[in-house]
Ligand binder design. Structure first.
Ligand code: ADP
Length: 502
C-alpha cells in the first residue's frame, strides 16, 4: 500500500487465495477494509498503525471474506518503509491462509472445555461418593448399636441349656461382629479421605503391637492351616504411634496374606530396625499380584478379581486403609510380587520415636469388677432410637442397675428430676432439646452437679469431645458403644458423695 495515494496492490497469489480474478481486487484501502470481518477491523487497523508508528513489524490474525462469501482466517504480517524525513511511504505485507490451523485450534479448544467440564463433573461425583460413604457408614452404625446390645443381653441370659438357641446367639454375635468391622472400616476410610482421622500418638513398642495383631489374625491363619513365621528385632524398637492403628495395619496385611494364599501356605512376618526407620514386612506364598496391578493395589476399592469370584473378599478398602494410616504416621508402604502364583510381599516403613525409651505397658483392660450392692447405679438412658435405648436399658438391668429411658431432651429432663439418676447416658442428636443443652440444664439443677454425665455420639473427634466437656459432660463415648466396656465403666465409677444431697 502506498500511503500518499492510498493505493493497494495485491499479488496474483493473494487474489487467487481470496477467489478474485486477475486484477479483480479494486485496489483501495477501503476495498480491503470492507473484506475484513467487521469484528476484526479495529485490530487490523490498530496493529498496522502501531507498527508504522514504531517502525517495526506488524503481525495480526483476522477473518477476511472470500469471493465465494465464506470467511477465511488470514495471518497478516509486514512493515513500512519511510522517507528520509521519517514519513511512511509504502507498506509491504504478506497474507497467509491459516483457516485450517484456526479450525484445528477451535476443535482443540472445544475438546479442552469439554474435558474441563467432564473433570468438574467427575470431581463433583467423587465428592458426593465420599459424602455418601461417610453418611452410609454413619447411618449403618445406628441399627448396629441396639443389635449389639441385644446380642449382649442374650449372652448374659445364659442360654446354655438350649443348644439351638445358643448356636443362634453365637451366629448372631459373629455376624454382628463382622458387620461392625465392615462398617468401622468404611467409616475409617471415609474419615481418611476427608482428612478427619486423628491418630492418638503415644510411645509404642513395635513387638507389642505385632503380637496384638497376630493374636487377632490367628483364627483366620489357623482356619487356612497356614504356617506363620515371626522374626522380631533383638532390641526393643519404639515408635511414636497410635497403637490401635498400627495393630490394624499389621492385622490387615496378615489377614490378606491368609486370604490370598491357598490352604497350607506360608506367611512370614518380620519387624526390624533399619537406620532410623522401623520396617515391617509381611510375605506370603500365595496367589501373588500381577505386575500391572502393583501400582494401584492401595487405591480405594481396588480388587483384582470381581467380588463374586471370591469367597474371602472384603470391600476392597483394607489396603487403602493401610496406606492411609501409615501415611498419617509419616511412613510409607509398598507391595511387590515376583508374579502370579509366586506370593506377595508388603513392606511398611515407619519413623522411630525420638527417644527409644520403652513405654510402660498399657493398662490392662478394665477388670470386670464383681457387682455388689454398692455398685448398683440409677441410670437414665436417653436416645431417640427407641430400640437403642430399650436394649441398653435391658442390658444394664441385667447387671442389676436401676434403669429408666427417655427418647427426647425435654422428657429426659422431666424424668431425671423425678428419678434422680447417678448416671445419665445421653445421646447428642435428640429432638426438641439436644444432648448438650440437656447436659447444661442437668448441671444447673440442684440434683445435677454430682451426676455422671456420659455423652454418646457418632462423632468421636477431639472437637466433639471438647464441646461435650464444655457442656458439662464427664465423658464421651463414640457410637456404637461397646456394651461390655460400658458395663465395666459403670462398675469402676465411684458413687459421688454429692449425689447423697440430691
Ligand atoms: P479386599 O481384601 O477387601 O478385597 P484389600 O484392599 O485388602 O481389599 O485388597 C485389595 C486387593 O488386593 C484384594 O482384592 C486382592 O486382589 C489384592 N491383594 C491384597 N493382598 C494380597 C496378597 N497378600 N496377595 C495377593 N493379592 C492381594
Amino acid at each position: 500500500r502506498e500511503f500518499a495515494s492510498n493505493r493497494v496492490w495485491w499479488s496474483r497469489e493473494l487474489e487467487e487465495l481470496l477467489g478474485f480474478n486477475q486484477g479483480g481486487f479494486p485496489g483501495t484501502t477501503e476495498a480491503f477494509r470492507d473484506l475484513v470481518h467487521h469484528d476484526d477491523r479495529a485490530a487490523v487497523a490498530g496493529a498496522v498503525e502501531q507498527a508504522v508508528a514504531d517502525g517495526c513489524d506488524y503481525l495480526v490474525e483476522f477473518r477476511v471474506r472470500h469471493a465465494d462469501g465464506d470467511w477465511r482466517w488470514m495471518e497478516g504480517r509486514g512493515r513500512a518503509t519511510y522517507a528520509a524525513g521519517g514519513e511512511p511511504l509504502m507498506l509491504y505485507g504478506l497474507g497467509i491462509d491459516i483457516t485450517g490451523r484456526k479450525h484445528a485450534e477451535s476443535i482443540l479448544l472445544q475438546h479442552e472445555s469439554r474435558l474441563r467440564q467432564l473433570n468438574a463433573q467427575l470431581s463433583e461425583a467423587d465428592r458426593r461418593k465420599d459424602e455418601f460413604l461417610a453418611t452410609l457408614a454413619h447411618e449403618l452404625r445406628n441399627p448396629l448399636a441396639p443389635m449389639r446390645n441385644v446380642a449382649e443381653v442374650l449372652r448374659l441370659k445364659k442360654l446354655d441349656d438350649d443348644p439351638q438357641l445358643r448356636w443362634s446367639r453365637d451366629v448372631l454375635e459373629r455376624q454382628l461382629e463382622h458387620l461392625s468391622h465392615l462398617v468401622d472400616d468404611l467409616l475409617d476410610v471415609s474419615r481418611i479421605t476427608q482428612g478427619k482421622l486423628e491418630p492418638r500418638m503415644q510411645p509404642l513398642e513395635l513387638a507389642a503391637a505385632i503380637h496384638d495383631a497376630i493374636e487377632s489374625a490367628k483364627p483366620l491363619i489357623d482356619e487356612f492351616a497356614h504356617e506363620l513365621t515371626l522374626q522380631l528385632p533383638q532390641e526393643p524398637v519404639v515408635l511414636n504411634a497410635d497403637p490401635v492403628r498400627i495393630i490394624q495395619v499389621v492385622l490387615n496385611l496378615l489377614n490378606n496374606a491368609a486370604k490370598y494364599t491357598p490352604r497350607g501356605g506360608r506367611i512370614f512376618l518380620c519387624a526390624e530396625r533399619i537406620g532410623d526407620e522401623a520396617v515391617i514386612t509381611v510375605r506370603d506364598s500365595g496367589i501373588g499380584i500381577p505386575e500391572q496391578h502393583l501400582s494401584h493395589i492401595f487405591d480405594m476399592f481396588s480388587q483384582l478379581s470381581p467380588a463374586l469370584d471370591r469367597s474371602q473378599g472384603g470391600l476392597g478398602i483394607g489396603l487403602a486403609l493401610v496406606r492411609g494410616m501409615v501415611e498419617l504416621h509419616g511412613g510409607s508402604v509398598s507391595a511387590s510380587s515376583p508374579g502370579v502364583g509366586e506370593g506377595s510381599t508388603f513392606e511398611i516403613r515407619l519413623p522411630l520415636a525420638a527417644t527409644q525409651q520403652i513405654p510402660h505397658p498399657l493398662r490392662g483392660a478394665q477388670e470386670s469388677a464383681p457387682m455388689s450392692a454398692a455398685s448398683i447405679r440409677r441410670v437414665l438412658v436417653v436416645d431417640d432410637n427407641e430400640d437403642a435405648a430399650e436394649s441398653l436399658a435391658m442390658l444394664l438391668s441385667l447387671q442389676d442397675h436401676v434403669v429408666r429411658t427417655a427418647n427426647d431432651g425435654m422428657s429426659a429432663l422431666a424424668i431425671a428430676a423425678d428419678f434422680a439418676p447417678d448416671v445419665v447416658l445421653l445421646d447428642i442428636g435428640l429432638p426438641h432439646l439436644n444432648g448438650y443443652e440437656v447436659a447444661r440444664r442437668i448441671r444447673q439443677a440442684r440434683w445435677g452437679s454430682g451426676v455422671l454425665l456420659l455423652a454418646i455420639s457418632g462423632w468421636g473427634q477431639e472437637q466433639d469431645k471438647k464441646t461435650a466437656a464444655d457442656a458439662g459432660f464427664d465423658g464421651h463415648l463414640t457410637k456404637p458403644i461397646d456394651p461390655v466396656a460400658l458395663i465395666s465403666l459403670l462398675a469402676a465409677h465411684r458413687q459421688p458423695h454429692s449425689s447423697a444431697a440430691g
